[in-house]
Structure formats: structure tokens, C-alpha cells
Design a protein around this ligand. Structure first.
Ligand code: ZN
Length: 65
């Protein structure tokens, strides 16, 4: 296989499902961990977490080990 300039061969990297922030006035999703309201839209993809749980997850990620 030798196709110089074969654009489109490499698939675009699939981004992880990133929650979408809700617009002001929009309904928001509940935190997947504690059921508190989040800053994300109700129909957001991924697993929306409230600021508190996000912070705790970040702490765990940063301090694993
Ligand atoms: Zn939470």
C-alpha cells in the first residue's frame, strides 16, 4: 500500500463524550454520582458531574497511588 496524499485514510480521533454546559435557563442534568444539579445540559452526552464530584474525581486522578 503506497498512496501518498491519501487524505481521509486516518479517521479523526474520536473524542470522549464530553458533557455540554447548559445555556442559562436550560434544564440541567443531575450529577451521576450524587444526583445534585450540574452545570451541564439535561441531554448532555457523557457522565455529567456536579462541580463537587468533578473536583473529587480530579483529586483521585491526580493522587492515584
Ligand atoms: Zn455530584
Amino acid at each position: 500500500m503506497n498512496e501518498p496524499g491519501s487524505e481521509g485514510y486516518c479517521p479523526a480521533p474520536v473524542p470522549a463524550a464530553v458533557p455540554v454546559r447548559a445555556e442559562p435557563g436550560e434544564p440541567v442534568a443531575a450529577c451521576v454520582l450524587c444526583d445534585e444539579p450540574t452545570e451541564y445540559a439535561a441531554d448532555t452526552p457523557g457522565a455529567p458531574m456536579c462541580p463537587r464530584c468533578e473536583w473529587q474525581q480530579a483529586q483521585r486522578g491526580a493522587c492515584s497511588g
